[in-house]
Design a protein around this ligand. Structure first.
Ligand SMILES: [Fe+2]
Length: 240
C-alpha cells in the first residue's frame, strides 16, 4: 500500500520528534503492508520559504537512510497568498509532479473568493491540489455542492484513515467513497502515540463494508499521483 499523507520525517514539523520515533513509525507502516510513504511535512509560507523548507526536508531525508520502505518527497502546504511570490511550486509538490497536498484555512463558510483562490493557484502554477483531510472543513464536508465544485475544477479529495476508523464518521465517509467524492486516503500519522500510522485499519473496514473494488481504486489513485498520472480531467470525470 501507499500512504499518501505522513509526518514521518524528523525535526521538521510536529511529526516524528527524532529519527528513533520516525524509524518506529516506519516499522509500523511496514507491518501494515505500506511499501511507500509520501512524506508531507507542514509547509506554512508565512513561516519559511520554499528553499528553507526544502533544505530542511532534504536533511531529514538523509537522516532516514535506514528506512525499509520507500520515502517520497512532498509537503502539506497551507494555502496563503505568499505562495504567489514563487515562479513555481515544484519543490513542494509530490515527487516533483503537479500534485500538491493543500491545506485550506479553517473557516465556517465557503465563499466565491475561496473558490477563486484555488482557481488562481491552479492556473498560475498549473498544479492539481489534493485537498488534505477534507472532513475537517465542515463547510465542504457537509455540502456536496462545494465538493463537486472543487472536483469539477480537477481537485482531488483526501480523507484521513481515522475518519473511517471512527464509528461516528464512518458511515458518511464510506458513503462519500462509494459516490466518488474521495480519491485517496492517508494516515496523516504524526507519532506512535496519539496519531499513529493506521492506514491498514481503514482499508480493512472499507473492504469489509463496501468491498475490495474501492480499496483497489483508492490505492490505484495513490499510485497514479506518485507517477504524475492524471486521475480526472478538467470536467471532474475520471480518466480511463
Ligand atoms: Fe497532515
Amino acid at each position: 500500500m501507499i500512504d499518501i499523507h505522513t509526518h514521518i520525517l524528523p525535526h521538521i514539523d510536529d511529526g516524528a520528534k527524532d529519527v528513533e520515533e520516525a524509524l518506529k513509525m516506519i516499522e509500523y507502516l511496514e507491518r501494515q503492508k505500506v511499501h511507500t510513504a509520501i512524506c508531507t511535512p507542514h509547509f506554512d509560507p508565512r513561516k519559511s520559504s520554499i528553499e528553507e523548507f526544502s533544505s530542511k526536508r532534504e536533511k531529514a531525508f538523509q537522516a532516514m537512510y535506514a528506512s525499509k520502505i520507500t520515502l517520497i518527497s512532498g509537503s502539506e502546504t497551507l494555502y496563503h497568498d505568499l505562495l504567489y511570490q514563487y515562479s513555481d511550486l515544484d519543490h513542494i509538490c509530490i515527487n516533483n509532479t503537479k500534485y500538491l497536498l493543500l491545506e485550506l484555512p479553517y473557516k465556517d463558510r465557503w465563499s466565491d473568493y475561496d473558490m477563486k483562490c484555488i482557481i488562481k493557484l491552479m492556473n498560475l502554477f498549473n498544479i492539481i491540489p489534493i485537498i488534505a483531510h477534507i472532513e475537517r472543513y465542515k463547510f465542504l464536508w457537509k455540502n456536496k455542492k462545494n465538493i463537486r465544485q472543487l472536483m469539477n475544477l480537477g481537485c482531488l479529495m483526501q480523507i484521513n484513515a481515522n475518519t473511517i476508523i471512527d464509528r461516528k464518521q464512518r458511515k458518511m465517509a464510506l458513503h462519500y467513497i462509494k459516490k466518488g467524492y474521495i480519491d485517496v486516503i492517508g494516515s496523516d500519522c504524526h507519532n506512535m502515540s496519539q496519531r499513529p500510522p493506521n492506514l491498514k485499519d481503514a482499508f480493512v473496514i472499507i473492504e469489509k463494508e463496501i468491498g475490495n473494488y474501492y480499496c483497489d481504486l483508492l490505492q490505484h489513485n495513490a499510485d497514479s499521483i506518485i507517477q504524475g498520472i492524471m486521475i480526472r480531467n478538467d470536467t471532474g470525470r475520471f480518466m480511463i
